[in-house]
Design a protein around this ligand. Structure first.
Ligand SMILES: *[C@@H]1O[C@H](CO)[C@@H](O)[C@H](O)[C@H]1NC(C)=O
Ligand SMILES: *[C@@H]1O[C@H](CO)[C@@H](O)[C@H](O)[C@H]1NC(C)=O
Length: 240
């Protein structure tokens, strides 16, 4: 194989990785909240809310707020992954607000998830409530050689991280533990900071309880919801 061929393949892989890295993981357009008309007062509130979140979120990775009154009132929040720089947080927020507009153009309530951030808004006040609407799983389909060992280690690591995260002001924790031999297991847990610490704990406990149905014996997995998410992998995926 010529080295320029190898180089092209590597560049192609890198490009695919960048494109995938920038794409949303998922989105949820709520049908129960109904739709709004373009240029209506609700639309104006939503634009103003997104403007507020745009400057509130990057400095500390979290922003929440409400704009408007009565039928035109909207509530929203945005959250960046705990290890993400404010530049990447800003870039993720900008992408999320453009993309949610395309995917859920007139929905009063919607959520969009990226690897590095989450953006959510609604016409009803959802602050402080555990949101498991639209919860989804992502997994690495490769099976590990010793599923029992991995399942146990995963549960232990993510439970330990949850105990740290719910008591932390950022409601985020990431860490690594040894598997057999040179292998390691990396984990991350995070709650949206509108939750109380008690609700953060129950959200994470619930997500961990999904592991057997989502990710039994798999090399990596995530349980992602509107209020919290957990992830484990056998390779380093976080900036620590
Ligand atoms: C935002 O989108 C641009 C263009 O698609 C992409 O290059 C960038 O990596 C994205 N940022 C994040 C944080 O996803
Ligand atoms: C993993 O194991 C399951 C159950 O034994 C099997 O159906 C599946 O094909 C395996 N996946 C891979 C990627 O080998």
């Amino acid at each position: 194989m010529s080295s320029s061929y190898t180089m092209s393949v590597l560049l192609l892989l890198l490009f695919v990785q960048m494109v995938i890295g920038a794409a949303p993981l998922n989105h949820f357009c709520s049908t129960t909240s109904g739709n709004f008309t373009p240029y209506s007062p609700y639309d104006q509130s939503l634009n103003k809310l997104l403007g507020n979140l745009h400057y509130k979120t990057p400095p500390n990775g979290f922003g929440m707020g409400s704009v408007g009154q009565y039928q035109a009132q909207t509530f929203g929040l945005s959250l960046c992954r705990g290890d993400v720089s404010s530049e990447d947080c800003m870039s993720c927020f900008v992408n999320a607000s453009a993309e949610i507009h395309k995917r859920c153009p007139n929905n009063k309530a919607a959520t969009i998830w990226y690897d590095q951030c989450l953006l959510k808004y609604s016409d009803s006040n959802f602050f402080g409530k555990i949101d498991d609407q639209g919860t989804f799983y992502l997994l690495n389909v490769n099976n590990v050689s010793d599923p029992n060992l991995l399942n146990l280690a995963t549960k232990r690591l993510l439970s330990d991280l949850s105990n740290t995260a719910y008591a932390d002001p950022k409601m985020y924790a990431a860490g690594v533990t040894d598997l057999e031999g040179p292998k390691k297991l990396y984990g991350l847990v995070q709650c949206s900071r509108d939750l109380s610490s008690g609700d953060c704990k129950s959200c994470l406990d619930d997500a961990i309880s999904h592991l057997p149905s989502c990710c039994d014996g798999k090399e990596g997995g995530r349980v992602v919801g509107g209020s919290c998410n957990i992830r484990y992998e056998t390779y380093p995926f976080i900036n620590v």
